[in-house]
Design a protein around this ligand. Structure first.
Ligand code: CU
Length: 123
């Protein structure tokens, strides 16, 4: 065993570990950007734009996901009266997603601007 051999081994380990770490980061980043995970079903996009949910009404099936993206410079939230939907405050570009497992109509508002209304009907 000489010191140089050990140093080479150590360098290789560092490279392998950092490659794994950067791959994980890339996956998380793309998952957040796209707003859906690989194994889930269909995702429906709702934009928050001009103090409105666009489209304000969406129809989906049980097991499908809705992804809200705030395109305004103002912060918004997504909150339903039944408590199922409860996003953090969304800044510009932030997304909130929820997979609906119960059928029925889910009305929701923006907690900051309660005149902003939307609904998700799940069949
Ligand atoms: Cu709002």
């Amino acid at each position: 065993m000489n010191a140089r051999y050990l140093l080479v081994l150590l360098s290789i380990s560092v490279i392998v570990i950092s490659a794994c770490a950067s791959q994980q980061t890339a996956v998380q980043t793309s998952d957040k950007t796209i707003g859906r995970s690989a194994e889930s079903g269909k995702a429906v996009a709702v934009a928050i734009r001009g103090f409105k949910f666009v489209p304000a009404e969406v129809n989906i099936k049980v097991g499908e996901k809705v992804v809200w993206t705030n395109e305004d410079s103002a912060p918004h939230t997504v909150e339903s009266a039944d408590g199922d939907l409860r996003s953090d405050e969304l800044s510009t570009g932030d997304t909130y997603s929820y997979t609906f497992t119960k059928s029925g109509k889910h009305d929701y508002i923006c907690g900051i601007h309660p005149s902003m209304k939307g609904s998700v009907t799940v069949q």
